[in-house]
Design a protein around this ligand. Structure first.
Ligand SMILES: [Zn+2]
Length: 71
């Protein structure tokens, strides 16, 4: 059914203003900077925030094979 590559998105809630934005999961990697478009927060993705994001990504992708990424 899905012959095209699907862009997976994660609903990310800002820890400061709590607004939710959809983020492409391919961009949610360690060291990535997430900028909240509502309050302007710049968040560096690491530590427990990264773990939380990875857990949510795993929930989104658990039924599918994660696409191979080019090395
Ligand atoms: Zn915010």
């Amino acid at each position: 059914m899905n012959s095209k590559q699907e862009v997976k998105k994660l609903a990310f809630s800002c820890p400061v203003c709590a607004r939710i934005t959809d983020r492409e999961i391919s961009k949610l990697k360690e060291g990535a900077t997430i900028v909240c478009e509502f309050c302007g927060l710049k968040l560096n993705l690491h530590g427990h925030m990264l773990e939380s994001v990875n857990a949510q990504i795993a929930d989104l992708t658990d039924e599918k094979t994660i696409a191979d990424e080019p090395a």
